[in-house]
Every structure is written in structure tokens, then in C-alpha cells.
Design a protein around this ligand. Sequence first.
Ligand code: IYR
Length: 328
Amino acid sequence: MDAYELITRNADEVVTEDEVRTLANDPEGKRAYVGYEPSGVLHIGHMLTATKLIDLQEAGFEVTVLLADVHAYLNDKGSFEEIRETADRMQAQFIAYGLDEDKTEFVLGSEFQLDEEYTLDLHAAELSTTLSRAKRSMAEIQRGDHAKVSQMVYPLMQALDIEYLDVDLAVGGLDQRKVHMLARETLPDLDYEVRPALHTPIIADLSTGVGKMSSSDGVTISMDDTTEEISEKVNDAYCPPTADPEPTDDGEDRENPVLQLFKYHVFPRVSTVVVERPDEYGGDLEYDSYEALEAEMESGELHPMDAKGALADALDDLIEPGRRKLDA
Ligand code: IYR
């Protein structure tokens, strides 16, 4: 796989492809980052972007993980003290999950976001951004009448982080695209360069295949799940024998979250997936690519129940090192 393919594989969106191609021409020592509001334990959303960071490290990038304590504070996630304790625990989990300790720098937002220069740049960004533009960059759920001023400042700070962390590439889930678009407009206003961004897909709700898998409501896979919990969640998952399910009766898009997890979470980390089956049902199946697994599910050779068993085992193996860290 060439560097561009490795850097962009499984990304839902690359902004812009030309800019990332330029990075891919000489990836050694280039810098990428993802930011996370410290909260709870790692869940599948964190792990998907972390998987992309692992791809980038393999391609030669140095990686910064921003533990965005100030952002979490602005988003009403608790006191600084609570947020920072969570940040420490998250850092240990990211390493356990497989980020290369020597090529990963963990930075707390408050280490630079409270400096005078940053603050003055933030005010300059506030001055060059209309309220309606800032509002458009906010998450959908925050945009009502109860939105706080802090939540409008938040995306502007995220844009500035790209400059202050001196990164060549910003990575995030597709839910970060609005902020990254704002950054493309805001940074040049402050005479800073635009940097490309890469967005990972959002996994659908595990039990319905509709909307997004979320830790706040619905079922998610977390690092503190027991083997039994994972197995239960996966066995109850929505999994028709196709990667392209029909929309719901209300016309909502549906995905197959079991296949999405194989594609975006398991195969980037595991070279072969073995589906165990008793001999009377044809014996074990082995797949060395997501495409091969998808094809056999669609043809009927691989039954969704058997695929779920293999998925639960693979998820369990991937979170096991982090789970041990939590217990320690
Ligand atoms: N908005 C992210 C957290 C975050 C990401 C980056 I990239 C930053 O520079 C700062 C914060 C979230 O929703 O978790």
C-alpha cells in the first residue's frame, strides 16, 4: 500500500486530496493531531480516530493527541480538576490501545491555550467571525436558544489549535468537519496557513443501524466492557446479510454496524479474521480482507450470527490491553 493509500484508507472525507497528496509524497516526520474532550473511558469513537493515527504513524507521521481540557470545560463537562484526572487515564488507555509511545505526544490544551499570544489570537479570530458563522460550526445539538457563548468560542479555539500545535494534518470524526471548514476560513484571516484535514466515518447505532453510535444514548463499545458485555451487545446488533441495508419505513438511512466495525475497526488492525464454525456447518472460515468477508456475507456463505461471534472476539482482543490498564 503506498503512503497516500495508507494515510487516507477508510477516511470518509479528505480535505483536500491534493493537499494530503503533497504530504504523502514525503510523510516522514510530518505531524498530525486529533483532539479529544477528556470524558469517561475510551469508546469506539475514540478508537476509530486512534486507528487512523496508527495508520499515520506507520506512514511516518508524528502524532499529537490533544487532551482538550479547556474545550471540555467550555462544553460544561465538569471542573478542571475532574477533567484533568480523566485526561491522565485516557492517555494510558491510548497507549494500551496501540499508539506508539515514542511517536505520540500528549498535550493538555491548558498547556498552551491560556498563553497570552493564544488568547490574543483567539480574540482576533472572534473579531473576524460573525455570530451566525460561528453558530454554523457548532454541533447540531448545541445550536438551540440555550447555546452558551463558550460553545461558540470552542470551534474558534479548535481552529487555532491547528496553528499552535504546528501540525500538518488535522484528523477527526466526520462530526468535526464543520470546525475544520471554519478553520480553513479563519486561519488565513490571522495570516496563518490552511492545513488539510481527514475525517473518519461515524459508525451507526449498533442495535438499529440508524443514526450514530453514541455513548450518551444507545449502545456503544467501551474499554471497560467485559467480554460478556461485548458479546451481548454484538449479538443483539442489527445485522442484515448486506452492507447496504434498505432505509427504514420513515426513509432514514441505515447501515450495517457489524460490517462497519469489521471494516473500520478490526481489519485495519488485524490481518486475518477467523470465524469459528462447527464442522457440521462447514468448519472455520478465514478472511484476510474486509471485502472478502463482506462478499461471503452477501452471498450467504457467512451467516450474520457467525460473523457476530467473530466480531465480538476481535473487539474483545482489541480492548483487552486497555481494560487491563483500567483494572490496574
Ligand atoms: N471537538 C472535539 C474535541 C477537540 C478536537 C480538536 I482536533 C481540538 O483542537 C480541540 C477539541 C470533540 O468533539 O471531542
